[in-house]
Structures are given as structure tokens and as C-alpha cells.
Design a binder for this molecule. Structure first.
Ligand SMILES: *[C@@H]1O[C@H](CO)[C@@H](O)[C@H](O)[C@H]1NC(C)=O
Ligand SMILES: *[C@@H]1O[C@H](CO)[C@@H](O)[C@H](O)[C@H]1NC(C)=O
Ligand SMILES: *[C@@H]1O[C@H](CO)[C@@H](O)[C@H](O)[C@H]1NC(C)=O
Length: 504
């Protein structure tokens, strides 16, 4: 008989005992109720009467605050309806029958409008009946607050520093939520997430999540998306990183094929920078820019045909508000345009060189054999005309008879290989081998450079020295003219430098 409600069981129990014949009344309410701040919620309360029915003397709605009860609203069959002053604007009995002159109080559901956080509490719906006594039930009202989501860059300007320090770049806040929202991040940029919760005095919770990374050129313009979830509702918000970094500079335009008299040579300074480069400056590592160089913003133009004078290392300094960085290129000038080398050409050149090598080998072998046989002949005391002469005469005297000597030159193959390797268009006659005495088919002055010839004037010296084969950018290989038996060794400085790719 006391099954109808456990909460007041102790006090009701006594009553139950004294009125044992009355059973079955109960107060029906929802298990729990919730609503957002500002919204409206109905708190249901129904009296399930017994048969025969008991008389309802009064219905009281109360709020349980800190263990004590506060009246919210009262419905009395004879006195009418009363709502306590703090709730007068926001609470009303939903069922119009409660407010009638002759009311029906079986359904005393109240409507709560403009919910406030402070409305969250346990509410009691208490029926006073006769003769059954009090029957009551409770409902817990929970008030939710939808948080506001806010996303922002942590700082208006993020700068990529060489210190590579991690720093919060974006902040996502789910503010004043009850219960708190949850935050997660979606982005391609790897980073760390720090999330903190702050309890506000009104019971709401603010969640702040920071995305932390090392600002860099690579992360510029990357997007960070913050995904906030609250009561199954999902919000997304994005920011795009704007990372400032100093210029990343390269110098374009020099292709290694700048030859004498080439026109329209120019270098271009390419800079990746945020913010954009505000100043480009050109300089030559040693010395000042040629007078015929003209600067147009990031382009350095050389007016007129190319000369050796413009060789050097050119540096472009690009400046933005973050800093200045440089790029450089080493410009070397060649005399003639580089041939466009096709694969077929390379193969034929290799074949030619191989053939030359074989020929050289054969020639040397033959000559060595010949010389030996001549030695044998001369020692046998049978001079055989002019053939024996060069072998016998290894003195300076003999060498003067160049014509004859050449006839008998044992190392003709060396000359052949020299011609193969060096007597191309790229190599002018002034760089002929040091044959002493000069042969008729070789230039009379093998060393026409300033070091061996007395300078005849500033201009000519200049021109000649400019013609030396030592382009700064090329590695050089030493070509030693083979020593010829019977010949004086090459004069001091008689080694010749050739650009490697030309020589091999
Ligand atoms: C309930 O009690 C707490 C302290 O125990 C107090 O701060 C709060 O104001 C009380 N609430 C009401 C509505 O009296
Ligand atoms: C209602 O809230 C009170 C106190 O917060 C709790 O003890 C009780 O279990 C809750 N009742 C229900 C039905 O959730
Ligand atoms: C350029 O300057 C550097 C340093 O001052 C020096 O070592 C170098 O020899 C110079 N080069 C030329 C070609 O003058």
C-alpha cells in the first residue's frame, strides 16, 4: 500500500497505517527535464487518483534550494492560483482547467519560460489530499547553455624566426558552455594541441584550445579548422595561417652559356617572401657593377654584347620587413657558344678518342721497335743515310734543323693526339704545344700572353689576358705535353691548362 512513493515513505507510512483502505494515488512526473537558457520548458505533474478518488485540497510546486524548499506556484480549488513573485513573469500552469473557477487539478503541469541558469534545481510537485494526505514527486531540471565558438589567430602577425620556437598560432574557444563543448583540430600541418577548461562563476565552462607549431615558410597559408562539438551539434571554423618570413632568394638567368658578344644577357632575382620584397639590391662580390649593367627592380640587365669584363659573382640582396637575404650566381664568360651536345655526338667523340688511343699505341710500339733496330744498326757501324742522323745527334745543334728533325720525330703520335685534343676551333693557335724550336706549322710565339711577352700597351695586354683559358667556373686539368727524347724539356710554365670537358 505504501508503494506509491518512496520518498515520503516514513511520514506517509504512519498515514498509510491510519487510512489503510485508501490506496493507489500517485504523482506522475518526468524523470528529468532540460532546456537551454532562454528557452521554454514544461514541467509535467499529474495526479493519478485512486478509486474511489480522494479530494485534492491543494497543489504546491516547490524548488529545492540548498536542502530547503521555496514555493514556486500554488493551485487551490477555492483560493485559485498563485505564482511566487520571482517566477510571476515566467511560470504559469499550463492546463487552463487549473485556473477555472471550478478547477480541475489532476494536471498541474507548469510552463517555465525564459529559462535561466539559476532555474536548474530539483522541483517538487506536492498534492495535498483528503483524506489520503500528501503525495509528491520530483523532477530535476537541467539548464543548458550553448557555448559560443570563437576561433582566431593567436597573434595578428606570426613571424618565422630562425630560433624555431614553438608558438601558439591559432586559438579556438568554446565559451560559456554548460556542459562544456569539446574541441578538436583538423589540419595538414603537424602541431601540438593544448586544451584548458575554465569554470565560470555562473557554472558554465569555457574551453580554450591552442594549436602550437613552429611558424615557418612551409606553414604559410595552411588552413587550421577547429571542430567544436556540443550536445551532438558540430560547428567548424577555420583560419588560414599568415606567416611572415624573410626572402628566400635565388638568382636566375645564367645558364653557363654566356659567350662573347651574346646579347640581352640578364640576371633575375627570384625571392619567395612574405610580405613581398620591398627592395632588391645588386652587387658584385669583388668590385662594383659594370657601368653597362642596368637594374630594373629584380632584374639586372647587361646592355650591349657580353664581354669578359662582366665575369664575377653577382649577389642579389632582397629585403622585406622581416629581413634581408641574399642569393648569388657566379658568372663566367666563354668565347664561343657551347655546342648543343646530342647523345650521338658524345658517342662519336668517344669512338674517335678510342681510335686515336689505339693509333697512338700502335705508332709508339712501331717507333720504339724502329729506334731499337736503328740503334742496333748504328752500333754495327753501318750508317744508313739520313735515318741514322737524328739518333746520333741529340745535341742542341741538331734540333735547329727543324725540317729534318721533324721528318724523324719519333713521337709524331703525340702531335696527332695533341691536334685531336686541342686544335679545335675553341683553341686558338696561341695555345699550341711547346715545341722547341717552333715548327713551321705551329705559331712562332707559343706564349703570346702577357707573362711571356713584353706588354705592348694596356689595351693589348688586357685583351690577351682576357683570352687566357681559365674560366673561373670550370675545373681545370693539366695537359702536359709529352717529353720527347732528344728534345729540351718544356720551358718553365710549359704546362697548359684546359677546361676539363674540352680536354677529355
Ligand atoms: C546555496 O548554498 C551556497 C553555499 O552553500 C550559497 O553560495 C548559495 O548562494 C545558496 N543558494 C541559494 C539560492 O541560497
Ligand atoms: C536529481 O538531482 C539530485 C541532486 O542533484 C540527485 O540526487 C537525484 O538523483 C536526481 N534525480 C534524478 C531522477 O536524476
Ligand atoms: C675577391 O675577394 C676575396 C675576399 O676579399 C678575395 O679572397 C678574392 O681573391 C677576390 N677575388 C678576385 C677575383 O678579386
Amino acid at each position: 500500500m505504501c508503494v506509491w512513493h518512496w520518498r515520503k515513505c516514513s511520514c506517509v507510512f504512519m498515514f498509510c497505517v491510519s487510512s489503510a483502505e485508501i490506496t493507489g494515488q500517485r504523482v506522475e512526473m518526468d524523470d528529468g527535464k532540460s532546456g537551454y537558457v532562454g528557452s521554454k520548458v514544461d514541467l509535467r505533474c499529474r495526479f493519478i487518483n485512486s478509486s474511489p478518488p480522494v479530494k485534492i485540497s491543494q497543489v504546491t510546486w516547490q524548488k529545492l534550494v540548498n536542502g530547503s524548499k521555496q514555493n514556486v506556484a500554488i493551485a487551490n480549488p477555492s483560493l485559485g492560483v498563485s505564482v511566487a513573485p520571482p517566477y510571476r513573469d515566467r511560470v504559469s500552469f499550463k492546463n487552463a482547467a487549473v485556473r477555472r473557477r471550478t478547477p480541475t487539478l489532476e494536471d498541474t503541469t507548469i510552463s517555465f519560460s525564459s529559462l535561466r541558469l539559476s532555474d536548474e534545481a530539483t522541483y517538487i510537485c506536492e498534492y495535498t489530499t483528503f483524506p489520503a494526505g500528501n503525495r509528491e514527486n520530483t523532477v530535476n531540471l537541467t539548464v543548458y547553455v550553448r557555448p559560443t565558438t570563437q576561433m582566431s589567430l593567436s597573434s595578428p602577425t606570426l613571424v618565422a624566426r630562425s630560433s624555431n620556437l614553438k608558438t601558439p598560432v591559432a586559438t579556438c574557444i568554446s565559451a560559456n558552455g554548460k556542459p562544456p563543448g569539446t574541441i578538436r583540430w583538423e589540419t595538414r600541418v603537424p602541431g601540438e594541441v593544448t586544451t584548458r577548461e575554465y569554470k565560470n562563476s555562473d557554472g558554465t565552462i569555457t574551453v580554450q584550445s591552442d594549436y602550437i607549431l613552429v611558424p615557418s615558410k612551409e606553414t604559410h597559408k595552411e588552413t587550421l579548422t577547429c571542430v567544436t562539438t556540443y550536445n551532438e551539434e558540430v560547428y567548424t571554423d577555420s583560419v588560414t595561417l599568415d606567416i611572415q618570413y624573410e626572402p628566400d632568394v635565388t638568382v636566375d638567368g645564367f645558364d653557363g652559356n654566356w659567350y662573347l658578344n651574346k646579347e640581352n644577357a640578364q640576371l633575375s632575382c627570384q625571392a619567395d617572401a612574405n610580405p613581398a620584397v620591398s627592395l632588391y639590391q645588386w652587387r658584385l662580390v669583388n668590385g662594383s657593377l659594370p657601368t653597362y649593367a642596368e637594374i630594373r627592380d629584380n632584374v639586372l640587365m647587361f646592355k650591349g654584347p657580353v664581354t669578359y669584363d662582366l665575369q664575377g659573382t653577382y649577389v642579389c640582396d632582397a629585403t622585406n620587413s622581416i629581413g634581408t637575404r641574399s642569393g648569388s650566381v657566379e658568372v663566367s664568360i666563354i668565347e664561343k657558344p657551347l655546342p648543343q651536345i646530342a647523345t650521338g655526338d658524345v658517342i662519336s667523340v668517344i669512338a674517335l678518342l678510342l681510335a686515336a688511343g689505339v693509333l697512338l699505341g700502335i705508332t709508339v710500339t712501331v717507333l720504339v721497335l724502329k729506334i731499337r733496330s736503328k740503334k742496333d744498326n748504328s752500333s754495327a757501324g753501318s750508317p744508313s743515310g739520313k735515318m741514322a742522323q737524328p739518333i746520333r745527334k741529340r745535341t742542341g745543334d741538331d734540333i735547329q734543323h727543324s725540317g729534318r728533325f721533324y721528318e724523324e720525330l719519333p713521337n709524331t703520335a703525340d702531335y696527332v693526339s695533341y691536334r685531336l685534343a686541342c686544335n679545335k676551333d675553341d683553341y686558338p693557335e696561341p695555345y699550341s704545344p711547346p715545341i722547341n724550336p717552333p715548327l713551321t706549322f705551329l705559331p712562332q710565339h707559343p706564349y703570346p700572353s702577357s707573362q711571356t711577352m713584353p706588354s705592348t700597351g694596356n689595351n693589348s695586354t688586357n685583351t690577351l689576358s682576357k683570352n687566357t683559358f681559365a674560366p673561373p667556373s670550370h675545373t681545370t686539368a693539366t695537359f702536359k705535353y709529352p717529353s720527347v727524347p732528344g728534345l729540351a724539356p718544356p720551358p718553365p710554365g710549359g704546362t697548359y691548362t684546359f677546361p676539363k670537358e674540352q680536354y677529355v
